[in-house]
Design a protein around this ligand. Structure first.
Ligand code: HEC
Length: 175
C-alpha cells in the first residue's frame, strides 16, 4: 500500500515537473511576460501543422524535423490567460494539459523519426500529433474560447436603478 502511494506521488511529481519545465522553457527562464494570446499561439500551430503535413506528403525529412520541433517548442500563451484557464477548469485542467503534453511529446518523437528517416514511425507519429490537437479541441475549444472572450472580471455589477421620482406632496398617499 505504501509502495503504491509513493509511486503515485512520484508520478504526479514527474508530471508537475514536466509541465513546469515546459512552461519555463517556453517563457525563456524566469522572465515572464510573453504577450501572445492563446489564439495567436494557435494560429502559429496551425501554420506549422500545415507545413508539417505538406512535408510528410512529399517525404521532406528535413522539413518534417523542422516543423515537428517548432510544434514541440510552441510558445505558451500569456500568464494571465493560463491562470484564467487553469482556475476555470479546476480539476479538469490536468486533462487540458495532458493534450498539450501529448502534442509536445509526439512532435519530439516525430522529429527523431524524421532524422532516422523512418516512414512507418513518421506516419504514426504525425497522426498522434494531430490527435492531440483534435482531442483538446473537441473537449475544450469552444468552452475556453468563450471564457477568454469574456471581458476582464468586473467587480460584482450593481444594477443601476434610476432613482424613483419623489411623490408630489399631497398626491397618492392614500389618505
Ligand atoms: C490543450 C488544448 C489544445 C491543444 C493541444 C491544441 N489546441 Fe488549438 N485551440 C485550443 C483552444 C482553447 C482554442 C481557442 C482559443 C480562443 O478562441 O481564444 C484553440 C484554437 C485553435 C485554432 C483557431 C484559432 C482562431 O483563430 O480562432 C486553431 C487553428 C488551432 N487551435 C490549431 C491547433 C493545432 C494545429 C493544434 C495542434 C498542433 C492545436 N490547436 C492544439 C486548444 C488547444
Amino acid at each position: 500500500m505504501k509502495y503504491t502511494n509513493s509511486l503515485y506521488i512520484r508520478f504526479f511529481q514527474a508530471l508537475l515537473l514536466g509541465v513546469l519545465s515546459l512552461t519555463l522553457a517556453a517563457s525563456g527562464g524566469c522572465k515572464e511576460e510573453n504577450p501572445l494570446t492563446l489564439k495567436q499561439v494557435m494560429n502559429g500551430l496551425e501554420k506549422d501543422m500545415i507545413a508539417l503535413n505538406r512535408a510528410v506528403y512529399v517525404q521532406d525529412f528535413a522539413g518534417i524535423e523542422k516543423y515537428a520541433r517548432m510544434i514541440a517548442q510552441h510558445p505558451q500563451p500569456m500568464k494571465a490567460q493560463r491562470k484564467k484557464i487553469i482556475k476555470h477548469l479546476d480539476e479538469r485542467a490536468e486533462r487540458f494539459q495532458g493534450y498539450d503534453l501529448e502534442v509536445h511529446s509526439a512532435a519530439l518523437q516525430l522529429a527523431d523519426a524524421a532524422l532516422a528517416q523512418s516512414p512507418a514511425q513518421i506516419s504514426q507519429l504525425a497522426l498522434q500529433v494531430q490527435a492531440g490537437c483534435y482531442g483538446c479541441h473537441f473537449e475544450f475549444q469552444k468552452e475556453i474560447s468563450a471564457l477568454l472572450a469574456e471581458p476582464h472580471a468586473a467587480p460584482e455589477a450593481v444594477p443601476e436603478t434610476p432613482a424613483a421620482p419623489e411623490p408630489t406632496p399631497g398626491e397618492a398617499t392614500g389618505e
